[in-house]
Design a protein around this ligand. Structure first.
Ligand code: MF3
Ligand code: CO
Length: 256
């Protein structure tokens, strides 16, 4: 069931989104060669707790999952697509690209956001992958108009990405968010225009294209969390939490 949020909930989620973006950009600012993914995770947890909020992913257990997620951020490097677990011995190096995916619980309501950032100087092909993936999120958000269908979002993303011959990950998707980290509807990053549920004002959704430099195929690591590309080429991921309004989509995970 798709939940329409109340004006009171929307106000709280708007504040949560600002806080989440603030934390995520602060974490981005300390990304540099030599830092471990665990250090980034510890820093994020500290910032969130200082604001009086809670990390949304820590100890979160989706239904299909056998274990709870053990960290604050999902940190996925290079050929890792999503849900990488931070580790002391996972050290970032010049030229890497790193996806930082963070969820926040503010006054019992959830927001979700991800960015992929360069570590030092990166290759032109990696820059292109980041640019196209971030732009595909913008295009997906533009399609999230009151009265449009869920399928319009994936269709717009797919149409934009196709000419670059990248692989759009199909087995993971965006989702409703707010009272829980994952709610209906399920929002694929590909699909047919005019299909699926209707977007209505008051819905809050997370749109999150995952785009691979090579094929769309991904595999799950032995840790049962980390998805990586099957061909070991790089992958990028951007995500915003947005509100559907009569005047168009409003990005909630954004600095004021
Ligand atoms: N943004 C991620 C997603 O929607 C959040 C994963 S939460 C985790 O898939 F705890 F499962 F990692
Ligand atoms: Co998400």
């Amino acid at each position: 069931m798709i939940i329409i949020k109340t004006p009171e909930e929307i106000e709280i989620i708007r504040e949560g989104g600002k806080r989440l973006a603030t934390v995520l950009y602060k974490v981005k600012d300390i990304v540099k060669p030599g830092i471990s993914t665990k250090e980034l995770d510890t820093y994020a947890l500290k910032l969130i707790r200082e604001m009086g909020d809670e990390p949304a992913f820590l100890n979160y257990k989706p239904d299909m999952q056998s274990t709870a997620y053990p960290a604050t951020i999902c940190i996925s490097v290079n050929e890792e697509v999503v849900h990488g677990i931070p580790k002391k011995d996972k050290i970032l190096k010049e030229g890497d690209i790193v996806s930082l995916d963070l969820g926040l619980k503010h006054k019992n309501l959830f927001t979700d956001m991800a960015i992929t950032v360069p570590v030092g100087e990166i290759s032109n092909s990696s820059k292109k992958l980041l640019e196209v993936t971030e732009k595909s999120l913008k295009i997906g958000i533009e399609a999230a108009q009151n009265g449009n269908k869920i399928g319009d979002i994936g269709h717009a993303i797919e149409k934009f990405v196709r000419p670059y011959r990248y692989g759009i990950v199909e087995i993971l998707a965006g989702h409703g968010v707010g009272r829980a980290i994952h709610e209906d509807p399920y929002i694929p990053n590909f699909g047919k225009a005019g299909t699926g549920a209707t977007l209505q004002k008051g819905m809050i959704i997370a749109i999150e294209p995952m785009v691979n430099a090579g094929t769309k195929n991904v595999t799950l690591e032995k840790d049962n969390w980390t998805f990586r590309t099957a061909d070991h080429k790089r992958s990028a991921h951007f995500e915003h939490t947005i509100l559907i309004t009569e005047k168009g989509p409003e990005i909630l995970t954004i600095l004021e």
